[in-house]
Design a protein. Structure first.
Length: 252
């Protein structure tokens, strides 16, 4: 009888997630909420996010109060459309407003950071946006996103190295995701992928059709508490010029 109760307890632990929580993570460059045909498409972006069931979403090229976004905060609009909590981080001013990065989360965001990245060749500003997310287990995950320099190879490399140095000592489990504007074997990114676990390392799927390459990544600490379970690229040619990337982890 005792053995039966122990077996039942083990089974209950496995189905309730007490032994570890699954997290589905998404990264997506939404191209300022403009479709490939040039029309506004935030409703489609929100619908796509919902279909993935993502718990955490990293977004790049997000507008706030620009003329092209009709003065709206796209992060707030996507929060409404998805039911997820949102934070926004401005990279630069544009059209009386600004553009930058956003994070959406199913769980409470208890703190956030916006860190200006080096810009040695004085191209467009770049930032790192991080959200500290409290899970139902009361564990905290540090979830970050960025978009690296697309015009300067030196800037891209310095920014990648800076982010890695900032996040590696984190006491919280780290997931960082975004548009790194480089192939996996590019000299700005290749050293980075030697220090972080790339969810798509075994995939040959492209994420940026215009270049026929993979430039969008989801990265975690190798050997850390986040065990990768799955990875996929959603080949949607209508919503943005990048494809969304989705990965699922088990948090030990």
């Amino acid at each position: 009888m005792t053995h039966g109760w122990i077996s039942l307890l083990v089974w209950l632990v496995s189905i309730t997630g007490v032994a570890g929580q699954k997290l589905t993570v998404m990264t997506y460059n939404i191209h300022h909420g403009t479709s490939q045909r040039g029309g506004t498409n935030l409703i489609q972006v929100g619908r796509l996010i919902r279909t993935t069931g993502a718990d955490l979403v990293a977004l790049q090229e997000v507008d706030s109060a620009t003329a092209s976004s009709l003065g709206k905060n796209q992060a707030a609009q996507l929060s409404y459309l998805t039911g997820l909590k949102a934070v926004f981080g401005k990279e630069a001013n544009a059209e009386a407003g600004g553009y930058g990065l956003a994070i959406l989360s199913k769980y409470p965001i208890i703190a956030q950071q916006l860190i200006q990245l080096p810009n040695p060749d004085l191209t467009d500003p770049r930032v790192l946006l991080c959200a500290y997310v409290e899970l139902p287990s009361k564990k905290t995950v540090r979830f970050c996103t960025t978009r690296l320099d697309d015009r300067s190879e030196v800037g891209r490399g310095v920014q990648a190295a800076t982010i890695s140095a900032l996040l590696e000592p984190s006491i919280q489990p780290v997931i960082w995701a975004g548009d790194l504007n480089a192939h996996p074997d590019h000299k700005a990114v290749e050293p980075l992928l030697g220090r972080w676990y790339d969810a798509g390392r075994k995939s040959d799927a492209i994420t940026f059709p215009d270049m026929g390459s993979r430039t969008d990544y989801i990265l975690t600490q190798p050997g850390g508490p986040l065990k990768p379970l799955s990875y996929r690229v959603i080949e949607d040619n209508n919503t943005s010029y990048h494809y969304p990337v989705v990965a699922t982890y088990q948090l030990k």
